[in-house]
Write a protein that binds this ligand. Structure first.
Ligand SMILES: Cc1cc2nc3c(=O)[nH]c(=O)nc-3n(C[C@H](O)[C@H](O)[C@H](O)COP(=O)(O)OP(=O)(O)OC[C@H]3O[C@@H](n4cnc5c(N)ncnc54)[C@H](O)[C@@H]3O)c2cc1C
Length: 481
């Protein structure tokens, strides 16, 4: 590795978003350096705990990669096909489709395939390199500094840098104070999560707890306050099983119930209470059996670009605010940021203005629905189990719930409104709040439809977003029990 060389593009992080960004840009002739702290065999491993994830991804996102990069997937990386992802109410009496056809991935194999593609397309990949921060000169990111395999301090320069370091990124956090990219994420917008990959002996058949053809999500504010539990089928009698919590909701729940549960005890309880998944054995293949990590569940950063800098995937808080599904947006952002780097090099403009089209492209492809979804998430976190049960049974049809989960604004049916009038005060209140949420989602969707075409209109636009979000946050406080 030469310190004096300047690359067209440095991609920091060879996870899902990073490997795709590198492949996309290298394929179109850019001189690309891809950096990651892992060995190639462990491409995309998030932490010492492994590739911590539920690993469920919709087929449509894989089709997006095929369309843009020509890369196709099959077994073994597509380990298990699922017909859909279902969300179950706490009393297990209502079940809504959340996401359509997709796969539960063999994540290490999937990531190795993405890295191989980046290498094949011509990216120079440097492994066991710890990125420590951005090189900042004259208000521009001009590359990164960090430590190589021998722990030598190294400075690497590039015309443009893509931050694909995941949720704990030390590039975004070390940007200069700027009006575009937030450097911090509120702890209330982060889920603490954990999961086991394990084999089990099925006790009996009960598709409310394990369904070999569908991924299951259990909404339950006692079991997973401010988040949810999941049972995703893998090949054979194996599952990816885990849960996520909002820390503040967990504290409130513990206080009210006089308990001292932690993420770890909640996961163990969740698995123990599953009547089908019995006698589990942690699967240590790739040392990826048991792990804990965080995921941000807010709208993505309002701007994904700064001078000389773009962000993709978890570094930009891209996961879906309700489902925490971040693979899809990471794949999309990887492709689009790689394409944007190519355009910036061609135009020789690495300023915020020169990179702005990436904001527009991501907003159009995925991002415009996320602010509305964040409001819906905040609302959900303010409901206790009884209200969620009642709401899923009466407020929403399956179609309306599906619309909400995709960030579309449903027309709530008149029938359900009438049913509501007959029931208790807390439910009436919750329904009134749902109508408020739907109104807010509509307003935010409208604001994102009008995403500024260039940076000059951005400050006013961001102020409108923040005003809507602050109102929603003030109205809904976590109230799990
Ligand atoms: C428990 C859990 C369950 C989830 N379940 C799902 C799910 O079922 N479906 C779904 O769609 N999404 C899920 N997600 C979210 C999904 O895993 C992420 O959105 C996705 O991995 C984001 O990819 P990424 O490329 O942005 O970042 P990452 O996957 O985090 O990759 C970042 C890469 O950068 C490297 N890196 C980080 N810091 C440095 C550094 N300083 N120097 C060098 N290298 C570094 C890492 O080692 C890694 O290789 C889940 C997340 C969690 C935590």
């Amino acid at each position: 590795m030469q310190n004096s060389k300047e690359y067209d593009l440095i991609v920091a992080g060879a996870g899902m978003s990073g490997s795709l960004a590198a492949a996309m840009a290298a394929k179109q002739g850019l001189n690309v350096l891809l950096l990651d702290r892992n060995t190639p065999q462990e491409a995309g491993k998030k932490t010492n705990w492994g590739w911590v994830c539920g690993d469920a991804v919709a087929k449509s996102h894989l089709d997006f990669i095929k369309g843009h990069l020509g890369l196709e997937f099959s077994y073994p990386e597509l380990e298990k096909k699922v017909r859909g992802v279902y969300a179950l109410s706490p009393d297990l009496k209502s079940k809504f489709l959340f996401e359509g056809e997709g796969y539960v991935l063999n994540r290490p194999a999937f990531e190795r395939k993405l890295l191989a593609k980046a290498t094949k397309d011509g990216a120079e990949c440097v492994h066991e390199f710890e990125v420590e921060g951005p090189i900042i000169e004259d208000g521009f990111v001009k590359g990164v500094f960090g430590r190589d395999r021998q722990h030598n301090q190294v400075r690497l320069r590039a015309k443009v840098t893509i931050d694909a370091l995941g949720v704990a990124t030390n590039l975004r956090r070390k940007l200069p104070e700027n009006p575009y990219v937030d450097r911090q994420v509120s702890i209330d917008d982060v889920e603490s999560t954990g999961r086991y990959i394990c084999s089990f002996e099925p006790d009996h058949k009960d598709e409310l707890f394990y369904d070999p053809d569908n991924a299951l999500i259990h909404l339950n504010q006692e079991l997973a306050p401010g988040g949810y539990g999941w049972v995703f089928p893998k090949e054979g009698n194996r599952v990816n099983i885990g849960l996520g919590v909002q820390r503040r909701s967990l504290e409130i729940r513990n206080k009210k119930l006089n308990k001292t549960d932690t993420l770890h005890t909640l996961i163990d309880n969740y698995i123990r209470s599953n009547p089908v998944v019995k006698n589990i054995k942690i699967d240590e293949t790739d040392r990826n059996g048991k792990g804990y990590w965080s995921v941000a569940v807010r709208r993505q950063m309002e701007s994904l670009v700064y001078n000389g800098y773009m962000g993709a995937g978890d570094s930009m808080a891209m996961p879906n605010p309700i489902s925490a599904g971040g693979i899809g947006p990471a794949l999309i952002a990887g492709i689009l940021s790689g394409e944007a780097a190519v355009k910036a090099v061609r135009d020789n403009d690495f300023s915020v203005r020169g990179l702005w089209h990436y904001n527009l492209a991501f907003n159009e492809e995925y991002g415009k629905k996320t602010a509305g979804l964040e409001v819906f998430r905040i609302y959900l976190q303010s409901l206790n189990n009884d209200i969620i049960n009642y709401g899923m049974r009466t407020f929403l049809s399956a179609k309306e719930a599906e619309d909400l989960s995709y960030g579309r604004v449903p027309k709530l049916s008149i029938a359900s409104k009438f049913k509501m009038i007959l029931k208790g005060a807390s439910n009436v209140n919750a329904f009134a709040n749902l109508l408020y949420v739907v109104k807010k989602m509509k307003a935010l969707n409208g604001i994102y439809e009008g995403y500024p075409k260039d940076p000059s209109a951005f400050p006013q636009w961001k102020a409108m977003v923040l005003k809507e979000m602050e109102e929603a946050k003030e109205r809904f406080q976590p109230n799990p029990i």
